[in-house]
Design a protein around this ligand. Sequence first.
Ligand SMILES: [Fe+2]
Length: 429
Amino acid sequence: MMHTMLKTLGFVFLCHLILAQSPQIIRGPYLQSVTPNSGIIRWRTDIPSSSQVFLGENLSNLQLKVIDNQQVTEHVVTVSHLKPNKKYFYSIGDLKNMSTASENRYLKTAPALGSKASVRIWALGDFGSGSANQKAVLKSIVSFTETKRPDAWIWLGDNAYSNGKEEEYQARVFDIYQNDFFQNLNLYPAPGNHDYGGKHDPSLPPYFKIFSMPVNGELGGLPSGVPSYYSVNYGQVHLVSIDTELIEPSGLQLVSGKGLQYEWLERDLKANKLPWVIVYFHKPPYSKGSHDSDTESDMKLMRENVNPLFEKFKVDLVLAGHSHVYERTHPMRGHFGINSSFDASKHVFANTKAPNHYVVGKDGQGVIYVVNGSGGQLGGQKAEWPMKSSVYSNNKDGGSMIFDISQHRFEAHWVSSAGDVKDHFIIEK
Ligand SMILES: [Fe+2]
């Protein structure tokens, strides 16, 4: 009798031990550096384990396998030899236990470089606050994209408040977007001042450890070699993610119009061959929302020293956050002064077919600047709101943007947290 009891207790203890040792996924999976033929699947476990990914075009037959025997908690698995613009379902785990595959867990490879396929991009700024607005903005995009999912996701910085800490990324970013988007949407982020925790040294913030940026020209952009800034070609659009916070070892920042990042940006824009260009970063050159570009030096310097590059290389759209509002300017050239110096007769360069419908002629058109910083945070108004250069401004509703981009047409929607399209514009080339 005693012997049997001891055996039973021993068995129960062993079961507990096995269960206790079975690694639990505590973050992810999430997709990084997705290219036409490859991608990185990342996740985190509570205890070190091996990594295994099963992958396949058919949910019930995941025949591709990638194994990494290293015992780690930060799992970073590259899957390669994939076909462009294809959906691959996947499951993750270790050599003993695999998660169940599901319809929502997939990696869709980027279009082949040069592909003329239309792409849909979701741009989100200043979101990771844990606010009701953040959740409402997410819900509005889930609903807006129900019948046509985004292909790529770009972040405009201030991704996790208040200091870009690990636990803030977990509670205010991963826990909120995990099921709807992290496990199936290709992410190309940019950092903000809150992600840097108010510092300017990229060796410190968790942002640079959590994300794997395509810095080697994997998607056709000019290699940057550093994770602060990079570019990718996605369908017919050249996406350039730059870093307004970084102070280089030389002491220079991008806003000075000098230094490694500025030089890279100039070379990258010059090398681009695609018809559409979006440059995105955190601190906007023009805003009168929760930040004031007339008085804040980073924003003023950005406008004076970097905007001329955007004009020179005919960037279509410059996207930023930082100011917790939405502001969209006319297509502009040569307006590098304060708000009151804007003169529509001098600074607007656009051929308008209908309201908010631009047709780019042989002389090109001005650059459209958008502040899209109410993906979680919301509100703010400085003197002279709304800006003279603004076509549409909103500091009452949160929201985020959806772009549909094909070879000759660029369509933008700003979708409010209530699910309404409050701003909409089209550019044709
Ligand atoms: Fe900010």
